[in-house]
Ligand binder design. Structure first.
Ligand code: SF4
Length: 332
């Protein structure tokens, strides 16, 4: 998007209008965010940044050698029982913490750029989009030119996404479930399946599925769909793959994630209380292969050991190992 101030002002104004009453995401809570009321995401009239660090554990084209400039927002519009980031996404004291000014968020993005990150990666931004875009406008006017990655659990409103056309360079989206009852029980998201699928179609409409990489192999523009394989087939990945095949096509970049481990409140749901087995994961890889998804990333089955962030570690919440490999083939 150009740095034209009026373009940004119109965009930000339209996004802010979605906050009062809030219908920014499919929950459509209807609270007045601009006056400080909070809905299901727990965040009021500003974005809280829990951490802003180079992250090396994303997909290879996202992390590259210099890391992805991750901006982790506090709060979330999903309430996943197994959330690996629950320290910041579901701790109400974090979400209700002092909001960062757009200037402070813009400066954090500038710092990540100065540290050599390949992109700015908004992690779980769905509930704070207007504030994040305001900050991005400032960063762009400062001269920050890195691609913007929108890293989402997939529960995004179409109105919101359409206002991001031309702002987001790389959509990095989960398709977590194929069954609404499971989505409701495990993530507190009514209507997740239709919402997340409509979101993916809109993202593909905006940027296509033929990803553009720079000379260093990092992504400049495109779409990556993440499919987290939960134990006991709770995610319904086969159905999500069929949906992708029939809508955006099998050329889309997908990441088949094996990194699930029981954490946060997972022990309260017996079906979530163990890791995904090797066999469960290998079957999903086979299905993707048979359906023709040739542009797939798979994770080593040990990846769960490397995705246990501790946001109490300040600037280093991750052990940060990248354990993806390309191509749809069996995991090692
Ligand atoms: S962004 Fe938050 S307050 Fe707004 S609709 Fe979604 S969950 Fe509700």
């Amino acid at each position: 998007m150009s740095g034209n101030f009026l373009d940004w002002a119109d965009r930000i104004g339209a996004l802010r209008a979605l906050l009062s009453p809030c219908r920014l995401c499919p929950h459509e809570c209807g609270v007045d965010r601009l006056s400080g009321e909070v809905g299901r995401c727990g965040v009021g009239a500003g974005a809280v940044v829990a951490s802003a660090v180079p992250h090396f554990g994303e997909e290879p084209e996202v992390s590259g050698h210099g890391g992805s400039g991750a901006v982790f927002f506090g709060g979330c519009n999903l309430r996943c029982l197994y959330c690996q980031n629950a320290q910041i996404s579901q701790d109400d004291s974090v979400a209700a913490g002092r909001a960062w000014t757009p200037r402070a968020i813009a400066d954090a993005m500038g710092t990540l750029a100065a540290r050599g990150c390949h992109n700015i990666n908004w992690v779980s931004p769905s509930h704070v989009v207007p504030f994040a875009v305001e900050a991005l406008a400032l960063a762009r006017m400062d001269g920050m030119t890195l691609p913007l990655v929108y890293n989402t659990g997939g529960f995004d409103g179409l109105r919101t996404l359409r206002l991001l056309d031309g702002v987001v360079d790389v959509w990095l989206a989960d398709l977590r479930y194929s069954d609404d009852a499971v989505a409701r029980d495990l993530s507190g998201a009514e209507g997740y399946v239709a919402a997340s699928r409509a979101a993916v179609v809109e993202m593909a409409r905006q940027v296509g599925t033929g990803n553009t990489l720079g000379p260093d192999g990092t992504i400049l523009r495109g779409l990556i769909i993440r499919l987290l394989v939960l134990p006991n087939d709770l995610a319904g990945v086969r159905e999500s793959l069929a949906f992708l095949r029939d809508t955006v096509g099998t050329g889309v970049r997908i990441a088949l994630m094996s990194q699930y481990y029981p954490t946060h409140l997972a022990e309260t749901e017996p079906l979530l209380s163990r890791r995904t087995s090797y066999g469960e994961y290998a079957r999903v890889v086979d299905v993707a292969d048979r359906m023709g998804f040739a542009n797939a990333l798979i994770q080593e089955h040990e990846a769960a050991e490397f995705y246990r962030p501790d946001f109490g570690r300040g600037d280093e919440p991750f052990r940060d190992a990248c354990h993806f490999t390309g191509g749809a083939r069996r995991p090692e």
